[in-house]
Write a protein that binds this ligand. Structure first.
Ligand SMILES: Cc1ncc(COP(=O)(O)O)c(C=O)c1O
Length: 370
């Protein structure tokens, strides 16, 4: 039997072998990082080493990084610092942002899926109350890279705080928290080859938070609870490998472009979302007109190729994509879009398998329609 082809890396990346090893070694050690004895000190050392490794991925000082239970918690922790402020979030933010601040004002995006900075400027100028702005670095569905530096500079000129969800971008493109100018930057281990259920929030020097979980004072008092040392150690190792492996994404981009060209050749009417703007090197969001995304996902799965229909959601249900709707896609177009996301171990044979299965479905659907 041929091995399945995994093209859903934006949902989760495979755990890197080195990270898996580090996790299992840490699981075998006893020691609470808050204990002062030798085993406690060993746990503390491994925790702080991981903090340095993850901070280095985004050019941050380790002392400004707080570990969390994942990207969702990191986003939420940042958003609670917005209390009492006017909140503006982009139309394409992940549910972990949108569902945390349901009353937020929405910053529109262009048809190519990038935040409309002029609209943000107008929104900020229209109301001078202190604000909190949230714009992600790269979208999880389309891969579109956002004008975060410009949006953060604008926010700061107006006295606003700025949060950036860098969860999909980190490890795929170079990220520098200082250069971006974010006050808060959220990361998640499992998107870059670390374990699931571990994340981090990076704070700009001097920026403070409102603790959401109180107790033993861990993580500078911002996030109480004994740290998930094995998970965090795995995150550290994965982050270090991701930092070293950034250059390899040029080859991933070439494979993504190959997939895009070949699928577009099969179905010239297929829309590729965010094709005209800078995208993550691994992401391709494409709509096969008239064929529901769920049908495509199932047909590809039967052929051994795993992709997703827009954003994966916990219920396994496929909802029409809010992101594609914000880009002006019609409900039919949004409902026929799938997300293909590649990673460091994707090969040209994987792309052949994708193209073959997608092409067969396309031909069947056109024959049925005729
Ligand atoms: C852009 C973005 N933000 C936040 C999250 C949530 O991260 P986690 O799964 O670690 O909670 C995800 C994961 O799908 C994501 O893609």
């Amino acid at each position: 039997m041929t091995a399945p082809v995994y093209l859903d890396w934006n949902a989760t990346a495979p755990l890197r072998a080195e990270a898996a090893r580090a996790v299992s070694e840490a699981l075998a050690r006893t020691g609470n990082p808050s204990s002062v004895h030798r085993w406690g000190r060993v746990a503390r050392q491994s925790l702080e080493r991981a903090r340095t490794q993850v901070a280095a991925l985004v050019g941050a000082a380790p002392s400004n990084l707080i570990f969390t239970s994942g990207g969702t918690e990191a986003n939420r922790l940042a958003l609670f610092a917005a209390s009492g402020r006017r909140i503006l979030v982009s139309a394409i933010e992940h549910d972990s942002v949108r569902e945390t601040v349901t009353e937020a004002e929405i910053i529109p995006v262009t048809p190519e899926g990038t935040v409309d900075v002029r609209a943000l400027e107008a929104l900020l100028a229209a109301d001078t109350r202190p604000a909190f702005v949230s714009v992600m670095l790269a979208n999880n569905e389309t891969g579109a890279i956002q004008p975060v530096q410009a949006a953060a500079a604008l926010a700061h000129r107006r006295g606003a705080l700025f949060h950036c969800d860098a969860i999909q971008a980190a490890g795929k493109i170079a990220v520098d928290v200082e250069a971006l100018g974010a006050d808060f930057l959220a990361l998640s281990a499992h998107k870059l080859g670390g374990p699931q259920g571990v994340g981090a929030l990076v704070l700009r020097e001097g920026v403070t938070l409102a603790a959401q979980q109180r107790g033993g004072g861990q993580e500078r008092g911002y996030r109480a609870g004994t740290e998930n040392v094995p998970g965090i150690v795995g995150f550290g190792v994965a982050a270090e490998l991701a930092t070293r492996g950034l250059a390899s994404y040029a080859a991933t981009a070439a494979l993504r472009d190959l997939a895009q060209d070949r699928l577009s050749e099969i179905a010239p009417e297929a829309r590729v979302f965010a094709a005209e703007v800078g995208r993550l090197p691994n992401t391709l969001c494409i709509a096969m007109p008239g064929v529901p995304a769920s049908t495509q996902v199932m047909a590809l799965d039967l052929a051994g190729v795993m992709v997703s229909a827009g954003a994966a959601c916990s219920s396994g249900k496929v909802r029409p994509s809010r992101v594609l709707a914000a880009m002006g896609a019609s409900p039919e177009e949004a409902a026929s879009a799938i997300r293909i996301s590649l990673g460091w171990s994707t090969t040209s044979t994987d792309i052949d398998r994708l193209v073959e299965a997608w092409g067969a479905l396309y031909r069947r659907s056109r024959a049925d329609a005729a």
